[in-house]
Design a protein around this ligand. Structure first.
Ligand code: GDD
Ligand code: MN
Length: 394
């Protein structure tokens, strides 16, 4: 449509007085989008979302804001709560992701779904102090800063009621983060911050979006040093519900650091797959020696059984760790296991074939087995990456 045609439309209604050219067609006054989008990753936070929106509303008087919940298909009724809120308040938006998990990737998707010039990230369980938001915004608006971070480690900030062991783990993680980010950021583990949109745009394609440390990811993916300021806050107790950080969150963190360190050379998922493969080799050799050495079974039979045991082990661990963000559960787990087994049977055949070929030609049993395993691992990775743990989550 040409501009003149828009104009013709505009004369239809007397309220079409918008002087922004793109809106010349509008028959009613356009409602500008907010200047601040607050991204809230949620997973089973039913009893927290209403209170969070109430608190945001309270502290953001005079600011044009919206909140974007990014929910990974919670099963506790969080989605319904957010939808109800949203029906009565257009400032409340929702993105529902299906078949995927991950705090960092949820935050990035939320930020990308917004057009606001200022973006904040805050937890959905009220542990972060939302009252910092207006200050963060006014600091960013002054123009010199790229990002303002809520910190528990600057003066007047605190961990709240964390027990000693959790505090120690957090401190260790912070120390390790120095491998990839500058030393002057006191709380790179923080999940509470606000940034200018351009800062995201400059590095969004470099982000790893692994696990739950999105702030660290942003800093470590920076082509230039970020101008930042930290504001103190006291980490509060969870309002309701339970923490989502499980015992393998540490694995995600190491993967994030590895991706930042060597991700440009080799995909970190392959590294993870290889590590799991290494554990699989140990299992394989254990089963093989039990059958072949102790039970005196024929080598080919022992190698074949060891291969299938290791294959099932690898599937289980890769599903738990390597593909944590696309983890298969219930029927999809079973289907994944079947597909993994079927697809990898070809790899296993090659594995047993090569191993027994070498063994029969006087290669020692360990090198023969390892050669077979190597062929199997490369095949398994290449095929299952797209087939068993497909991105579409089908
Ligand atoms: N969409 C989505 N997907 N949200 C998630 C997921 C997920 O897989 N896992 C957790 N969340 C949401 C939670 O619902 C909550 O709103 C927020 O992310 C933080 O999760 P918690 O389970 O409450 O984590 P925490 O309190 O242990 O950790 C927080 O404190 C850390 C400070 O060390 C997080 O804010 C971390 O980012 C922060 O670093
Ligand atoms: Mn929390």
């Amino acid at each position: 449509m040409k501009a003149s045609e828009y104009d013709a439309h505009a004369t239809v209604s007397s309220s079409a007085t918008c002087d922004v050219q793109e809106h010349a067609w509008a028959v009613s006054e356009p409602v500008p989008s907010p200047e601040l989008s607050i991204i809230v990753p949620t997973y089973n936070e039913r009893d927290n979302v209403v209170e969070l929106v109430r608190k945001l509303d309270q502290c953001l008087a005079g600011v044009s804001w919206e909140v974007i919940f990014v929910d990974d298909d919670s099963s506790d009724g969080t989605l319904e709560r957010i939808r109800t809120l949203s029906r009565g308040d257009r400032r409340v938006r929702l993105i529902q992701r299906i078949g995927r998990r991950g705090l960092s990737s949820a935050c990035v998707e939320g930020m990308l779904a917004s057009t606001a010039p200022y973006l904040a990230v805050i937890d959905g369980d009220l542990q972060h102090d939302e009252r910092l938001l207006p200050r963060m915004l006014s600091l960013l608006k002054q123009g010199d800063l790229d990002i303002v971070v809520g910190s528990r480690y600057v003066a007047h900030g605190s961990l709240g009621e964390w027990d000693k062991s959790r505090a120690a783990i957090s401190r260790l993680a912070t120390k390790l983060s120095r491998l990839v980010i500058p030393a002057d950021l006191t709380d790179p583990m923080s999940g509470f911050f606000m940034l200018r949109r351009e800062v995201l745009a400059d590095r969004v394609r470099k982000l790893s979006t692994i696990g739950f440390k999105i702030l660290l990811d942003l800093f470590a993916s920076s082509p230039r040093k970020l101008n930042f300021k930290e504001l103190p806050y006291q980490f509060r107790n969870r309002h309701a519900g339970e923490s989502k950080l499980d015992s393998v969150a540490g694995w995600d963190y190491v993967m994030l650091l590895l991706d930042k360190l060597i991700g440009h050379i080799v995909p970190v998922r392959f590294v993870a797959f290889a590590i799991v493969g290494g554990m699989g080799v140990l299992i394989h050799l254990l089963v093989l020696s039990a059958l072949f050495e102790w039970l005196k079974r024929p080598f080919v039979e022992s190698q074949a059984v060891a291969t299938y045991v290791a294959m099932t082990f690898n599937f289980t661990i890769n599903n738990l760790l390597t593909y944590r963000d696309r983890r298969l559960a219930g029927w999809r787990w079973l289907r994944g296991w079947i597909s993994f087994t079927l697809v990898c049977s070809i790899g296993a055949l090659a594995n047993v074939g090569i191993a027994s070929y070498l063994y029969q030609r006087d290669t020692g049993w360990i090198p023969a087995a390892i050669a077979g395993i190597l062929v199997g691992v490369v095949w398994n990775y290449a095929v299952t990456r797209t087939y068993t743990w497909s991105k579409e989550g089908k």
